[in-house]
Design a protein around this ligand. Structure first.
Ligand SMILES: Cc1cc2nc3c(=O)[nH]c(=O)nc-3n(C[C@H](O)[C@H](O)[C@H](O)COP(=O)(O)OP(=O)(O)OC[C@H]3O[C@@H](n4cnc5c(N)ncnc54)[C@H](O)[C@@H]3O)c2cc1C
Length: 246
């Protein structure tokens, strides 16, 4: 695994993904020996004087949502909580040019060439962040890997990266995209509804044809999906990589 380093940098781009999810691009300055594997995370430290004494510098973990095949920067995709310190700071205070400290990469939630010929990427909410990096890495590297991307979100308005993913699907036959919507009321949504369950996994990334699974997002969701994979679908835990955020 690449060695963790700490470096000072700045935000170079802020992209609105949905009403409460933003992607922040952070420059990796020339000469900083930072490399990572698809799926890893960093610790981000920001100055938050708006919270008063004792809270000036706060650190949180964020998955890298860009692939290692894109050099010179990393993207972090962050969901905003109105009672959350760092996510609120990022949404309400952060601007292009803001100095931040990055440390990493960290984690074994990693996809590398040769690990499998088929992957199931299961993300809840902003848990799709590392999945974007893994999927893009596989496509950029031209790997012969079937990608089954299954994302759960509240409404059709909460589909993170939708335009990007649809464009990737147009170009790449090995990327298959499914969203399930947990709050479909009021939307004319023709696709799957409800949380990720055994039926949806069987339909969109079945254990018979999916060698390894990646599951990321809120802790409850990750635990629930792991349990389904193990107890209802009989998937050995060695085939499941998981990243709970709690
Ligand atoms: C390995 C790892 C990778 C992560 N990657 C990402 C990522 O790519 N994108 C991302 O948005 N977050 C990610 N997280 C979560 C992130 O580190 C923070 O926990 C999150 O941004 C909230 O921080 P905060 O300072 O805004 O909230 P805090 O001030 O820490 O918490 C305030 C309130 O926010 C709510 N809250 C905090 N975190 C969560 C949560 N995960 N689910 C539900 N409610 C929550 C709680 O109600 C809590 O009371 C990751 C966490 C880990 C451990």
């Amino acid at each position: 695994m690449p060695k963790a380093v700490t470096f000072e940098t700045e935000v170079t781009q802020v992209v609105l993904e949905t009403a409460d999810v933003f992607t922040y691009r952070l420059e990796v300055p020339d000469g900083v020996p930072f490399t990572f594997r698809a799926g890893q995370f960093v610790q981000l430290t920001v100055d938050t004087p708006e919270y008063g004494a004792g809270n000036e510098r706060l650190t949180r973990a964020y998955s890298i949502s860009s692939p290692p095949t894109e050099a010179g920067y990393i993207d972090l995709t962050v969901k905003y909580y109105d009672d959350g310190h760092v996510s609120k700071h990022l949404r309400e205070v952060t601007y292009v040019g803001e100095p931040v400290t990055v440390s990493g990469p960290y984690g074994n939630f990693v996809f590398e060439a040769g690990m499998a010929r088929s992957v199931g990427l299961i993300g809840g909410g902003a848990g799709v962040a590392p999945m974007r990096g893994i999927a893009r890495y596989i496509l950029d590297a031209g790997l012969d890997v079937d990608i089954r991307y299954l994302a759960s979100c509240r409404t059709p308005n909460d589909m993170i990266y939708l335009a990007t993913l649809l464009a990737w699907c147009e170009k790449h036959d090995n990327l298959h995209l499914t969203h399930t919507i947990t709050r479909p009321e009021g939307f004319n949504w023709p696709g799957p509804v409800g949380r990720i369950d055994a039926g949806k996994i069987r339909a969109h990334c079945p254990p018979e044809t999916t060698e390894i699974y990646y599951v990321a997002g809120p802790t409850d969701m990750v635990r629930a999906v792991r349990k389904i994979l193990k107890e209802e679908l009989g998937v050995d835990k060695a085939r499941v990589h998981w990243e709970p955020w709690g």
